[in-house]
Design a protein around this ligand. Sequence first.
Ligand code: GDD
Ligand code: MG
Length: 355
Amino acid sequence: MKSVILAGGEGTRLRPLTLQLPKPVVPVLDRPFLQYQLDLLASAGVRDVVFSVAYQPDRVRRVFGDGSAIGRNIIYAIEDTPLGTGGAVRNAWPHLDDLTVVFNGDVLTDVDLPKVVADHRASGATATIVLYPVPNPAAYGLVEFDGSSRVTRFLEKPKPEEITTDTINAGIYVLDSRALELIPPGVSHSIERGFFPALLQRGDLVRAHVHRGYWIDIGTPEKYLQVHADLLDGRFPHAIAAPERGPRAFVDAAASVSDGARLEGPCYVGPGCRIEQGAVVGPGAVLTRDVALASGARVESSVLWAGCTLGPEARVRGALLASKVAVGAHAQVGPGACLGEDARIPDHSRLCAGA
Ligand code: GDD
Ligand code: MG
């Protein structure tokens, strides 16, 4: 059993964050996003992983290499032009064996993967799709199934009048790899619009595994902020390695926080950060690494990537800042602002919702 992680999308909805860093390797709290998926896969004994990449493949490779440093065997299947979700899995086929776990490279979940795999094997199905109930399925792939968990219909991005159930495709599949013969090689193909409907039409058994724990697609700024709130509040089970300096105020041992600074949990201060006297790291603040807060600066409900700096009395609230964003003295950023790498916000400026 091996895995393919679909990590070739451009992450357009997360721009400008994803202009310099592809979505699969954006930092999520204390690690690159795909590390969470690699950990889940390892829980099911999967250590051989194919990263299917098309957009900025070298940046993904720079983060994970061949996986040997973390006890994995990572192979890169690179598309010159993106082949779509189905074409990408088909492209990875030469690297796979009998059973394949496919992951959309932008979902975070605590699904019981060992059980999904065991049930799949016991059922003799061609494919098992993990499903998740959501209030509004329109932005996802709708999946209907019967009383014996047999999938009866797969409808990608349904129109409002087509919504018949609340269970969506969670972007995690276990497949009998032989079924990949249904996908034509070398051309663009959607696993959701092409492969799954074709399996159903052929009469293959496709099973539903409904997950009721945690699940999120991190593909939009709102969801990316949400995932951090969930991690800080403990809604997603993840052991944050940094010690707590106050209730859920996690501070890495390699960060320096002045005695005169205030930490209001839940918050996270990563390695290399410097928090000066009078600065406030407020609820919901995530400073991934090497972030500097000058005296009186304040951050809350925001994610700041490596090397960001806040001048004296600067305020950042409800915002996303890519690497090395410099916010000047007394400037105010957010809520809803999303700033790309190296952005400079002059002293005393104000950036509000949606900037
Ligand atoms: N290699 C490769 N090549 N990967 C791709 C390509 C491609 O051409 N296109 C998309 N991907 C990757 C993306 O990087 C992402 O990790 C995953 O495939 C899904 O693509 P998205 O663009 O994020 O799709 P979506 O979120 O609109 O919908 C998909 O995910 C939903 C759950 O979040 C579908 O699978 C829906 O059915 C599903 O409900
Ligand atoms: Mg997505």
